[in-house]
Design a protein around this ligand. Structure first.
Ligand SMILES: [Zn+2]
Length: 243
């Protein structure tokens, strides 16, 4: 049969785990939103590049149409030049040709710029092709993993809550009230603290040698003189001490 201290240690371990699971469950939606945000950031950075590429393609197409239009105008102006009857008509045709050529040269510069953008964005998308292709499936996988982990936490929480009741029922009413008081009082929910390096692991206070000896040799309920938590020695520490 387990000592009372042993039961308290078990109770504390169960409660600490329950607390952790409760935190996980309560923060789940917040954590899910964070994952979503991270994914959205990722997806939008890829969308931005795709948009830049598409806009450059559209702009290039529209400039090509404009050049075709200007070329039609140039043909007409060249005809006018050929058929000029006087100096005035000749100069008007020359002026028009000059202006149309300038327009085309501007459009051509625009096309070159667009081609650069297209090339640049396509190279980035090519480099990130795996990422682009796996974006959706990665997202689904991440969501599934999250849901699986959350479901496991919920299941463990329910199981441990039931188990906890059984363990708690074994504690004497007097100790149970001490335990509850300590748990409610401390922010970390620790009522039963392990001894680590001859100190109380909850408040770090060094323990008197005599107390450590008692803790290692008896199953007495002893409390930390500083934080009043119930103390226990881990089996490994006891083994170390014996060796
Ligand atoms: Zn302490």
């Amino acid at each position: 049969m387990k000592s009372e201290l042993g039961i308290l240690v078990e109770l504390q371990k169960t409660d600490t785990r329950i607390r952790q699971l409760k935190e996980n469950i309560e923060s789940a939606e917040e954590r899910r939103a964070e994952i979503e945000q991270e994914f959205e950031k990722h997806a939008s950075s890829i969308r931005d590049i795709q948009t830049r590429r598409d806009e450059a393609r559209e702009s290039k197409t529209s400039l090509e149409a404009k050049i075709a239009e200007v070329n039609t105008g140039l043909e007409r102006a060249n005809r006018n030049l050929k058929n000029a009857q006087d100096n005035q008509q000749y100069e008007a045709a020359m002026k028009e040709i000059d202006s149309l050529n300038k327009q085309n040269s501007k459009h051509e510069t625009g096309i070159l710029e667009n081609m650069e953008t297209i090339e640049e964005t396509e190279a980035i998308l090519e480099e990130r092709a795996d990422e682009v292709n796996n974006l959706e499936s990665d997202w689904e996988k991440q969501q599934k993993e999250f849901d699986t982990a959350l479901a496991a936490d919920r299941k463990e929480f329910d199981e441990l809550t039931k188990e906890r009741e059984k363990v708690f029922a074994q504690v004497s009413p007097k100790l149970a009230s001490v335990y509850n008081r300590l748990v409610t009082r401390s922010r970390d929910g620790i009522a039963v603290a392990a001894v680590k390096e001859e100190s109380c692991s909850a408040c770090n206070m060094s323990l008197r040698k005599q107390m450590i000896v008692e803790l290692k040799t008896t199953d007495q309920i002893l409390t930390c003189e500083s934080c009043t938590r119930i103390l226990y020695v881990n089996e490994e520490e006891s083994v170390e001490a014996a060796a």
